[in-house]
Design a protein around this ligand. Structure first.
Ligand code: DGI
Ligand code: FE
Ligand code: FE
Ligand code: FE
Length: 187
């Protein structure tokens, strides 16, 4: 499928606000790839597709997790986590995406994971800091991202972890592992 056709399909799968977010993540991911030696083409593609399953009904996401053997552990954590691994499955099925690096960047864009690839980091950070994002600390993340991808991403995870702690919500172990792994590298 062409990029144009995928863009139409992704746009049609979400409200306008989320499509604008997607365009922001694409632009930011390409900039970060150029800045930090990543592949801009893969960054663009993974960013375009990263939230494809965001508006799927919960029961449909749950069915994919169960039927496709995705980690069942996810079902015990916030539903907001589900669209990432479900999205990786869906873009392979619906658009024929087979590039494992791109699929992983989609799969882990929300949770993170230990030893994230460069592309994982680029997409996850772009998702935090695209121009349309506005949350406490986002400007600090953008500042750090001028120089240091890892420190910026740690700041991103810190904002998420802080939010989850303040709401007394469970934290997926992969998110803690992602942060542990990043701070071990920057130390
Ligand atoms: O899909 P987006 O809104 O663009 O962003 P996202 O895919 O990064 O989703 C993030 C949401 O997931 C955010 O509101 C926090 C929520 N969340 C719930 N539990 C966890 C979690 N995020 C992480 N990283 N880890 C969790 O355990
Ligand atoms: Fe997302
Ligand atoms: Fe994210
Ligand atoms: Fe997103």
């Amino acid at each position: 499928m062409t990029r144009e056709a995928m863009m139409k399909a992704v746009e049609g799968a979400m409200p306008l606000k989320r499509w604008k977010h997607t365009l922001g993540v694409m632009e930011t991911a390409v900039t970060l790839a150029q800045r930090f030696g990543g592949d801009p083409h893969k960054a663009d593609l993974a960013a375009l597709l990263h939230d494809y399953a965001k508006y799927w009904p919960t029961d449909r996401m749950e069915a994919v997790i169960r039927e496709q053997g995705l980690p069942h552990e996810l079902l015990e954590f916030d539903k907001e986590l589900w669209h990432a691994p479900v999205g990786a499955y869906a873009v392979q099925r619906d658009f024929g995406i087979e590039d494992e690096e791109v699929l992983d960047a989609i799969r882990y864009h929300t949770s993170g994971r230990a030893d994230m690839t460069l592309l994982d980091r680029i997409v996850c950070l772009a998702d935090y800091m695209e121009p349309g994002r506005d949350f406490p600390g986002v400007d600090r993340i953008r500042e750090l991202a001028e120089e240091n991808l890892n420190l910026a991403l740690v700041a991103g995870f810190d904002s998420t972890i802080g939010l989850l702690v303040s709401k007394n919500k469970r934290i997926l172990p992969s998110t803690v592992e992602a942060r542990n792994s990043l701070i071990t590298e920057v130390r």
